[in-house]
Structures are given as C-alpha cells and as structure tokens.
Design a protein around this ligand. Structure first.
Ligand SMILES: Nc1ncnc2c1ncn2[C@@H]1O[C@H](COP(=O)(O)OP(=O)(O)OP(=O)(O)O)[C@@H](O)[C@H]1O
Length: 270
C-alpha cells in the first residue's frame, strides 16, 4: 500500500503570546489528519480555529509542539520539498512579468533558462494566459494574477499542493472559473491536495473528503465526510444536486455549533 502523501499524527501547536510571553495558546491539539496520494481533502472550521496552522505544519514552515508529520511515509524535516503552495496573499513578484514569475521557481532549482522559459510558457497557456506572459502583475486582473500563481505552483510539478483560501479575494464568477480549472488540472495529474477554506460550498464541490475542525483553543478534527459525488464536476452545477444538499446539511449540522463558538470568542477578544 502506498503511504499517505500527508500524515499528521497527534499534532499540537502551542504558541507564546506576543504581548504576554508567560501566556501560552494551544491552537490545535490531538490532530490526526491524512491526505492520500492523489486525494483532494478540504479542511473547514470556524475562523481562527487553526486551519492555516495545520497547513503550515504540512508545509514544514511550522514545527508542531507535539506529534509527528510524515510525507509519503517519511518523517518531515524542515521544508516540505514535495509540496507546492498557494496562499491567499499575492505570490507574484511585482517586478517580474507573468512569464518570469512562473519561470522563477524552475530557475532557483537550476533549470536552464531556455527550458524554464518553455515550461513556464506551456503552463501559462494551460491556465489561459498564453498571450499575457509579458504582463506585469499590476497590468493583470485579480483572476489573471491567481491563474499566474497557479501556473507558478504547478510548473514545479509538486506531488502535494497546499492551498490556503486561494480564491477568497475573487468575485464569485471568477472564483467558480478558477475552481473548475483547478479541478480539471487536478483530475489530469491527480496530486494530493490539502485545501483550506471558509466556504463549505467550495469544500464540498471540490473535494473527495471534507474534514471539520472544532473551535479553538485546542482545535481538532470532529467530523470527516466522504464526498461521493461523481467527477468530473462543475462546481456551479454540482451545488444544485440533491446529494450536494444532503452533504451540505450533514456537514453544516456538525459545523454550525463550532462556528457560533468561534464567533463568540472573536467577540470576547474584540
Ligand atoms: N505564530 C503565532 N503566534 C501566536 N499565535 C498564533 C500564531 N499563529 C497562529 N496563532 C493563533 O492560532 C490560532 C489559529 O490560527 P490560524 O491562522 O491557524 O487559524 P485559521 O483557522 O486559519 O483562521 P482564519 O479562519 O481566520 O483564517 C489563532 O488564534 C491565531 O491567533
């Protein structure tokens, strides 16, 4: 049997309070989470519960205070070099064109310039930006910049893709286009995806499995749902199917109480 692409076991992350170093805050605790090779898993949960923390642990950007992280069966040490990331924030370098941005990762890896240029051009075409390689980020729309970021991530051919609310800044139509494009690309290559989102509709429409986190502190998975909706999917169409609505109701039932708790905590903090 192939080892899971990502396997978190008994993970806890405790932070020191910035304002009061004597205080500790345990964001997540007792987290077991796996993503199989080629599997698309979304994590949903109330605001501030620790979704990004878990993604950072899987990326090797944050060492957990407890527990273990295995990547394709091997203990993760330092950065996860089998993973590519796509975060909410802009990842493009403003002083580079779209093509130069997509080429950059390959060049850092020592790929010859002509080869890097050809591969980057190929990925720009695949994300619909073939004619825009010479544009700078400020000359592109938000959707185009996201496409370029996607090409920038996928050109490195990672076995694992980590996505933290990558489309949350986009308008709904552009967002649906991007979601469908990601699904089509994923369907072709079947990478393992760990996808963080606030949006339950998006999580269900995209994923093979949705994991629900409890409200913090010491947030942990409290529910796991297999999304048995056939593929290929169109994210807009799938939302009108009876099975989608059934799954949505079941997951929301689990999530609602936690969202309310998370909201109360935010109010108390404010
Ligand atoms: N480096 C850090 N130092 C201190 N506290 C941190 C640190 N990183 C995260 N936290 C705290 O851990 C908790 C979880 O944060 P995280 O960003 O993982 O949540 P999230 O679920 O991704 O949030 P959101 O839904 O708002 O994006 C929050 O209370 C946050 O303030």
């Amino acid at each position: 049997m192939t080892a899971p692409a990502i396997e978190l076991q008994g993970v806890a992350c405790t932070f020191v309070d910035k304002h009061n170093p004597a205080q500790r805050y345990t964001a997540v605790s007792q987290v077991d989470l796996t993503v199989g090779a080629g599997e698309f898993v979304s994590v949903v949960g109330p605001t501030g519960c620790g979704k990004s923390t878990l993604l950072n642990v899987a990326a090797g950007l944050l060492e957990p205070s407890e527990g273990s992280v295995r990547i394709f069966g091997e203990a993760l040490q330092g950065l996860n070099r089998r993973a590519g990331y796509m975060f909410q924030a802009e990842s493009l370098m403003p002083w580079r064109t779209a093509l130069a941005n997509v080429m950059a990762g390959l060049q850092f890896r020592g790929v010859a310039e002509s080869d890097a240029r050809a591969q980057a051009g190929d990925w720009l075409r695949r994300v619909g930006l073939g004619a825009f390689g010479d544009r700078y980020p400020h000359q592109m729309s938000g959707g185009m910049r996201k496409r370029a970021s996607l090409a920038q991530t996928l050109v490195l051919d990672p076995d694992i893709i980590l996505m933290d609310e990558p489309f949350s800044a986009l308008d709904i139509q552009t967002r649906q286009l991007m979601e469908n494009e990601v699904l089509a690309l994923w369907q072709g290559k079947k990478k393992a995806v760990l996808f963080i989102t606030h949006d339950l509709d998006e999580a269900i429409a995209m994923s093979d499995r949705v994991v629900v986190l409890s409200a913090g502190p010491a947030s942990r998975p409290i529910g796991e749902f297999t999304i048995d909706i056939e593929r290929p999917r169109d994210v807009a169409e799938v939302k009108t199917t009876p099975r989608f609505l059934e799954l949505h109701a079941a997951i929301w039932d689990e999530l609602r109480g936690e969202v309310l708790k998370g909201y109360q905590q935010q109010l108390q903090k404010a």
